[in-house]
Design a protein. Structure first.
Length: 403
C-alpha cells in the first residue's frame, strides 16, 4: 500500500535498478529513521529500503510488483511477472559464487572481465581446463585445455597442458594461411592460393604403410618415382612413354619370344647380324586393273597384287604414302625391296615408266634386258630394289612371268 505525505508517495519511489517503482510499506531516510514516506531532503542522498524476508514475500500474481529480500545472506530484488517471482538483481559482497536467472550483463570499471581468473589481462578472458570431456579447474596430472590466442599477424586455437603451456596446438590462422600443428610443431599449411603443403620440404606423407589413401586423382604427378615399388604396367590404360625413357640397348631379359609388336611397328633398327627363321610380309590384294599412274605406298605393304587384267600400260610411282615422301622414310645408304604383281589378259600390257616421289627414274634391268612388252594371260612379278644415296635414288628392276 502507499502512504502520501505532501506531494510524495511511497508508490512513486524508484529503484536505482531499471528505474522501476518499488512497492514497500517502510523505508529509511538518509538519517536512517523509519518512516512510511520520505521528505524532500531524502532525495539529496538517496533512500534506504527496509529489508524484508523471502518468507514474507506475498504470492505472485500482480504483474509489475518488486520485492527486496536480505535474509539469505545477500541482497535480492524480485519481479512479479504475473505468475511467478523472477530474480532481477543480486549483490553478494562476501562470496565468489554468482548465480543469476535470465539474461545477464557483466561490466567492470577496469574494462576487463575474467571468468576463472582473478586478473584478466584482456577485455574478455576465460580460463578453464578440460578433463575427460568435463570442465575442471584441476592443475595437475594430464589435464588438457583449450586457449584462444592472437597477435598482430596470428590467431590460434591452442591445446594446452595442465600448466597452460601451448603444447598441443591443433590450428593456427597466420595472416591468410591456416597452419596445422601437432605436439606444438607445425606439420602442414593451407596457403592463401588453396595449396596444401608440408611445413618443410620432403617431411610428411599422405597415408602410411599400414593406413593407405584409397584413391587419388591428379592432373599431374611430380617426383623422382623412387617410391613406385608396386607399379603394375598392365594398369596403365593410356598415355605415352617418351622415347628417351627407353634404354639404348634392350636388357638381356628381352628375348625373341618376349619381344612382340602390337599394332604398327614403323621402324626397328637392329645393330649387328640378325638371324630370322622366317619373315611374314604384308600383301595388299586388290581387284584392280593396272592402268595410268599407280602409287606404290611402301609404308603400306611389301607386295601389291592386282588381280584384274591390265587395261593399258602403266607408270609405277614409289612413295612412302599419300602424305609421306619415300625420301623422308629412307636415309642415305639404305635399300628397300618391293614386289608388284600384275595380272595380264590377252593383250600383254607392261610397266612402261617409273617414278620416285613423282620424279621420273630409269630402272637398271636384270641382265640389261629392259622390258618393252608384256606376257599375255600371266601374273607378271615386277621386283624392285630402291637404293638411296647422296646422289639420289637408284632403281634395280626384274620381271618374272608366272602362268
Amino acid at each position: 500500500m502507499a502512504t502520501t505525505v505532501g506531494q510524495h508517495s511511497v508508490a512513486s519511489f524508484t529503484s536505482p535498478i531499471n528505474n522501476d517503482p518499488l512497492n514497500a510499506d517502510v523505508v529509511r531516510g538518509n538519517d536512517n529513521t523509519l518512516r512510511s514516506a520520505y521528505v524532500d531532503h531524502d532525495a539529496d542522498t538517496g533512500i534506504h529500503l527496509q529489508s524484508s524476508t523471502l518468507a514474507s514475500r506475498p504470492a505472485a500474481g500482480t504483474a509489475g510488483r518488486k520485492w527486496m529480500t536480505t535474509d539469505t545472506g545477500s541482497i535480492k530484488v524480485w519481479y512479479d511477472n504475473g505468475s511467478t517471482w523472477e530474480e532481477i538483481s543480486y549483490v553478494a559482497p562476501t562470496t565468489s559464487t554468482l548465480t543469476v536467472t535470465g539474461d545477464t550483463r557483466l561490466a567492470t570499471t577496469s574494462g576487463n572481465v575474467g571468468v576463472g581468473t582473478a586478473s584478466p589481462a584482456a577485455s574478455a578472458k576465460m580460463h578453464t581446463v578440460v578433463a575427460d570431456g568435463t570442465y575442471s579447474v584441476a592443475a595437475s596430472g594430464t589435464t588438457k585445455g583449450i586457449r584462444l590466442e592472437h597477435n598482430a599477424t596470428d590467431a590460434r586455437v591452442v591445446g594446452v597442458d595442465n600448466t597452460l603451456v601451448g603444447s598441443y596446438q591443433p590450428l593456427g590462422l597466420d595472416g591468410s594461411k591456416l597452419n596445422v600443428y601437432t605436439g606444438n610443431t607445425q606439420r602442414w599449411e593451407v596457403q592463401a592460393s588453396g595449396h596444401i603443403v608440408p611445413a618443410a620440404t620432403n617431411t610428411y606423407d599422405l597415408g602410411t604403410a599400414g593406413t593407405t589413401v584409397r584413391n587419388g586423382y591428379f592432373a599431374n604427378v611430380s617426383g623422382n618415382g623412387s617410391g613406385l615399388t608396386a607399379l603394375n604396367a598392365s594398369n596403365l590404360a593410356s598415355g605415352t612413354i617418351p622415347d628417351a625413357r627407353f634404354p639404348a640397348t634392350l636388357p638381356a631379359a628381352v628375348t625373341a619370344s618376349s619381344l612382340t609388336s602390337v599394332g604398327s611397328l614403323t621402324a626397328l633398327t637392329v645393330a649387328g647380324t640378325t638371324t630370322l627363321q622366317q619373315a611374314l610380309e604384308k600383301v595388299t590384294v586388290s581387284a584392280t586393273a593396272a592402268t595410268g599412274t599407280i602409287n606404290y605406298d611402301a609404308l603400306t605393304q611389301a607386295v601389291l597384287y592386282y588381280t584384274t587384267n591390265a587395261t593399258a600400260n602403266w607408270t609405277v610411282n614409289f612413295r612412302g604414302n599419300a602424305g609421306t615422301a619415300l625420301s623422308s622414310v629412307m636415309a642415305n645408304g639404305q635399300a628397300l625391296t618391293v614386289v608388284f604383281l600384275v595380272t595380264t589378259g590377252a593383250t600383254p600390257y607392261y610397266a612402261s615408266a617409273h617414278q620416285v616421289d613423282g620424279s621420273s627414274i630409269t630402272p637398271k634391268w636384270l641382265n640389261n634386258a629392259a622390258v618393252a612388252a608384256g606376257n599375255a594371260n600371266s601374273i607378271e612379278a615386277y621386283t624392285y630394289t630402291i637404293i638411296k644415296t647422296a646422289a639420289g635414288f637408284t632403281l634395280l628392276a626384274a620381271r618374272s612371268q608366272f602362268a
